[in-house]
Write a protein that binds this ligand. Structure first.
Ligand code: HEC
Length: 145
């Protein structure tokens, strides 16, 4: 009879620890939502039929090898790896923390950082600036990982 009680206590502890994690990161979620809201407004302006961002489209965008990419940066996944829950590497070998929000909760929470890296990497991989739709899909995919 002792074991089930201990088990129940352990479960209770585990669930309050999980709740603690959720309580520690609400700012990140709100900051990311604000950035996504900004891209959603832009996407709607570009296309009034815009219905929301897509995880699948974000994944495809992340894994794609665009024909005109700079040879040194053939895809987003080249540095961030094909599984965004993994750590990535810069061309110089420096570790990049995972893009997946489940692994790096602070991802996509600083507008200036997000802008800088989209500008830089879209130019070298896609040879143009990405659209608000593409950026929103990308963040939505990473937030699902
Ligand atoms: C040459 C390597 C490389 C490639 C290719 C690359 N990235 Fe990154 N990316 C980085 C590095 C380095 C950082 C900054 C370090 C960090 O945030 O951990 C970064 C950060 C970012 C950030 C900022 C994340 C945040 O926390 O706000 C975004 C957004 C991003 N990359 C998107 C992309 C997209 C989209 C592509 C493809 C079009 C791409 N990256 C391709 C290396 C790369």
């Amino acid at each position: 009879m002792k074991l089930p009680i201990r088990l129940a206590a352990a479960l209770l502890l585990a669930s309050s620890a999980a709740a603690g994690v959720a309580v520690a990161t609400p700012d990140y979620a709100a900051q990311r939502a604000a950035i996504l809201g900004h891209y959603a407004a832009e996407a709607r302006k570009a296309d009034p039929a815009f219905k929301g961002f897509s995880v699948a489209a974000g994944r495809a965008f992340f894994l794609a090898h665009p024909a005109g990419a700079r040879p040194a940066t053939p895809s987003c996944s080249y540095c961030h790896t094909t599984d965004p829950r993994n750590r990535g590497r810069t061309r110089a070998g420096k570790v990049i923390l995972p893009m997946a929000v489940s692994r790096t909760p602070s991802r996509f929470t600083k507008p200036s950082k997000v802008r800088l890296w989209f500008r830089r990497t879209c130019q070298s991989v896609y040879r143009r600036q990405c659209t608000a739709l593409e950026k929103g899909n990308y963040i939505t995919f990473m937030a699902s990982q």
